[in-house]
Design a binder for this molecule. Structure first.
Ligand SMILES: Cc1ncc(COP(=O)(O)O)c(C=O)c1O
Length: 408
């Protein structure tokens, strides 16, 4: 049976409007469609394929593990899950991990855990969650309700209560809202889907102080910023000098996306004290932490976690940002270029307001795959293995797309 883009409209629930081509193969930073057209991929499956496509070590790990053990459930333990758990806790300095299968599930677990801790320690009334406008935490009913984008959460019946959305980076709003009833504050160190908007360090320090003062847990959603994307394994490592050198650490960190290089996995990391509030039966997952995903997770951790690899991410990020600036000097299509490492946003200039989607389509036409973050920001999340050659090729294609946008 042959399939085309039209097959999507015939048989798939229309949650997406995928682009016109049908992809069938990938290698490194390149993807190929069924017509044989080649694309430079600066999307990496939305910040997932950290080692690119078809990476030999990933393929080898998957095939070897598939021949040994793919899944057993959590009523048994297995060598790969325990190994990965040990490695991840050692790398991050957290005591305990819980595995599931996606970013939304990781946040769901983090939020449930925060409410459970508060309920156990202070009673049912301490259940309020503070989140921020433009944040994105996933699509389960709880995670989408906590996310700060009403367009995703409305129309699904009664919303989950006890959630307040504040302006991001607004200290005064947080001081006025946080109370003894707050059980958690959740934020992304750089808001990804919201437009590559970084947290303000001064705000972050105040968030930590206020969470401590009101016995609320601080949750970092590092689903998009994690796994090397911003130049450290997790973005919070870059906050170690804040707060008079004490640093800012979350109480719970959620991770997913690149953690197993494209095999679905999610995780929360936390302390012993917090972890003990999830007792047998309080939370669970059939697939979570299966040996296949965890075997690849260990490979990712060893590869991405090395100082040389992380330095490469930072260098490539700087290179792309400087090339975007140079393009902008020529075409004035961007108002601001921002981000950290290989999580990059280019906000469209007022003349091209909300035309990020249009530019994205033109990029595809020229053989370059990019993302958007809101209607006004072009988002680049390339594979972390990207090299100078691919960056140069991508920027040439982007220039062609920009020229066509301007000519229209
Ligand atoms: C910051 C953040 N949190 C959560 C999610 C949801 O992850 P998933 O789609 O794996 O459920 C995303 C996905 O884009 C994200 O960027």
């Amino acid at each position: 049976m042959t399939v085309t883009r039209q097959t999507f409209d015939q048989v798939m629930i229309p949650c997406y409007v995928p682009q016109d081509m049908v992809l069938e193969r990938g290698e490194g930073c390149y993807l190929y469609d069924t017509e044989g057209k080649r694309y430079v991929d600066l999307s990496a499956g939305i910040a997932v394929n950290c080692l690119g496509h078809n990476h030999p070590a990933v393929v080898k790990t998957i095939s070897e593990q598939a021949q040994r053990l793919i899944h057993v459930s959590n009523i048994f333990v297995n060598d790969k899950t325990l190994t990965f758990a040990q490695e991840l806790t050692q790398l991050t300095g957290f005591d305990k991990v819980f595995f599931n299968n996606s970013g939304a599930e990781a946040n769901e677990a983090a939020l449930k855990l925060a409410r459970r801790v508060a309920c156990d320690n202070y009673g049912e009334d301490k259940n309020e969650i503070i989140s921020f406008a433009h944040s994105f935490h996933g699509r389960t009913l709880f995670s989408v309700s906590v996310g700060g984008q009403p367009k995703y959460s409305s129309g699904f019946g009664p919303a989950i209560g006890g959630i307040t959305h504040l302006e991001f980076n607004n200290i005064k709003a947080l001081e006025e809202t946080i109370s003894d009833k707050t059980c958690a504050v959740i934020l992304e160190p750089i808001q990804g889907e919201g437009g590559i908007l970084p947290v303000d360090p001064e705000f972050l320090v105040r968030v930590r102080q206020l969470c401590d003062q009101y016995h609320a847990l601080l949750i970092f959603d590092e689903v998009q910023t994690g796994v090397g994307r911003t130049g450290t394994f997790y973005a919070f490592e870059q906050f170690k000098d804040l707060n008079g050198g004490k640093g800012v650490r979350p109480d719970i960190l959620s991770s997913a996306k690149g953690l197993a290089a494209g095999i679905p996995i999610g995780a929360i990391l936390t302390t012993n004290e917090i972890a003990q509030h999830f007792k047998p039966g309080t939370h669970g997952s059939t697939f979570g932490g299966n040996p296949l995903a965890c075997a690849v997770g260990s490979l990712v951790l060893h590869t991405v976690g090395s100082p040389e690899f992380l330095a490469h991410v930072s260098a490539m990020g700087d290179l792309i940002r400087s090339k975007l600036s140079a393009l902008n000097d020529k075409y004035h299509c961007f108002q601001e270029i921002r981000g950290k490492g290989l999580l990059i946003g280019a906000q469209m200039s007022p003349e091209y307001q909300d035309q990020a989607g249009k530019l994205q389509k033109l990029c595809s036409k020229h053989g370059l795959l990019v993302l958007v973050a809101s209607a006004n920001v072009l988002r680049l999340t390339p594979p972390l293995i990207i090299g100078e050659t691919e960056v140069n090729e991508a920027m040439t294609l982007l220039e062609q797309a920009i020229q066509e946008l301007i000519a229209q």
